[in-house]
Design a protein around this ligand. Structure first.
Ligand SMILES: Nc1nc2c(c(=O)[nH]1)N[C@H]1C(S)=C(S)[C@@H](COP(=O)(O)O)O[C@H]1N2
Ligand SMILES: [Mo]
Length: 423
């Protein structure tokens, strides 16, 4: 958490200390107000730091994170069938910017991470096509590729906030089944065009080569217009846990559609009604009906700093910062409240908004020891506004928790501690 400075008021833009962006523009202006908090005045002679007393480590084969930074995924679900069937989440509160480092991309595996030999792995395109085709890794590497920065979110993300009591968890523990990467790979339509899709085909059934053989039905329009076979993740070959050697990516849709370790694409005239689109990932409503194929992830945001389990130190101006995304397009704006939703101020978007891409938002906030409830609300390019927790749950059958996008509330107490609450 960055604490900035103490200084006179006058920039308030919404209740309980939210400040306008003007507050920050002044920081660079050379006025007295420009003093960003300087914790210590420099001394005449600087002490000799211990790490300067000898030479450092030699160049390494593969870079490592600093051992002082305790960057690790949180293991969020212990599955009754064993840890292989669980998930781990991105520690959102420890990161900044918008890209997730590969080693911290969230994981969700139905049957663990297979060890796949890229030389013998094959991808077959078959079913309602003129020519069934098989592609190996080498063949795919020769196709024209595209790179796209995309978020990937599990439809079970944030389900913990659907439970009856608010858990005292971190931002990553509650919402870390979302990550972002620059994915590089082959637009799927190249392979489908080559196989010659039959006019009767409406769906593509994608299947993985893991022991679960996880499979999902993807509407043909999405497969032709937007999906890709990803081969690289942030510049390097996919991580094993992300589907090495190849995975399907269906931008903006629930993570389950992005089948990892992809081995088969079968064209059909109807969905396959697999386990993952019937007994799982469906939305049961209060009238007893379940909606299938709620594929697009809805507008959502989360403040990552200050956030759950953090503690504010001295009083002063802090930067509230977080992530926002939507599977309906791009993020148009993000609003922030410090008074539990009574008043809102528009945050700055500090990264390029783009389709199916998470943005980083920031806004200055003056904390003078007063209790506060911090919230953020995303608005996407289709005009969807992120709902409150209560309205997001209003029509949901108890115990059904997929696709939850209710507003997160962080309570800041007078002693500076920050906790998840339902406001
Ligand atoms: N073959 C296969 N593909 C899969 C899964 C799986 O278990 N097996 N899990 C799915 C689910 S539920 C999600 S949310 C995403 C998670 O992708 P990640 O582990 O790369 O974050 O992969 C999807 N693709
Ligand atoms: Mo998922």
């Amino acid at each position: 958490m960055h604490q900035l400075e103490d200084e006179p008021h006058g920039d308030d833009t919404a209740g309980n200390g939210l400040l306008s962006r003007r507050h920050w523009l002044q920081l660079g202006a050379g006025t007295a107000a420009a003093a960003v908090m300087t914790p210590l005045l420099a001394q005449e002679s600087i002490d000799q730091e211990p790490w300067r007393s000898g030479s450092g480590a030699p160049p390494s084969v593969y870079g490592d994170r600093p051992s002082m930074a305790s960057l690790q995924r949180e293991q969020i679900s212990v599955h009754p069938m064993g840890r292989q069937a669980g998930a781990s989440s991105t520690p959102l509160q420890l990161l900044n910017g918008t890209i997730t480092p590969n080693g911290l991309h969230f994981e969700r595996h139905h049957s663990g991470i297979p060890e796949i030999d890229p030389v013998s792995h094959k991808l077959t395109v078959h079913g309602l096509v003129a020519r069934p085709l098989t592609f190996d890794y080498d063949a795919l590497l020769r196709y024209p590729m595209q790179s796209r920065v995309l978020f990937l979110e599990c439809s079970g993300n944030s389900y913990r906030n659907t439970l009856a009591g608010a858990l005292d968890e971190t931002a990553g523990g509650l919402h870390g089944l979302i990550s972002s990467a620059e994915w590089t790979g082959v637009p799927l339509h190249f392979l489908l065009d080559e196989a010659g899709v039959d006019a009767s085909a409406q769906w593509v059934i994608a299947e993985g080569a893991d022991a679960a053989g996880m499979n999902r039905s993807v509407p043909l329009s999405l497969a032709l217009n937007d999906a890709m076979i990803a081969l690289y993740q942030n510049g390097e070959p996919l991580r094993r846990s992300q589907g090495f050697p190849m995975r399907l990516l269906v931008p903006g849709c629930e993570g389950n559609l992005s089948v990892k370790w992809l081995r088969s694409l079968k064209l059909l005239d109807q969905p396959a009604q697999t386990r993952e689109e019937t007994s799982k990932y469906t939305d049961l409503t209060l009238d007893g009906k379940a909606a299938q194929f709620s594929l697009r992830m809805q507008a959502k945001s989360v403040i990552t700093s200050p956030s759950g389990k953090m503690r504010l130190g001295r009083q002063g101006v802090y930067e509230i910062s977080g992530l926002a995304w939507s599977g309906n397009g791009s993020i148009r704006r993000v609003e922030v409240s410090a008074d539990g939703g009574r008043s809102w101020a528009e945050a700055m978007l500090q990264s390029e908004p783009g389709p199916m891409r998470a943005v980083r938002f920031r806004i200055p906030w003056r904390w003078q020891g007063q209790p506060a409830v911090l919230q953020s609300r995303a608005v996407d390019s289709a005009g969807n506004v992120q709902p409150t927790r209560a309205s997001a749950l209003a029509n949901v059958a108890p115990g059904f928790s997929y696709h939850f996008n209710g507003i997160q509330s962080w309570q800041v107490n007078a002693n500076g501690s920050v906790r998840n609450v339902y406001a």
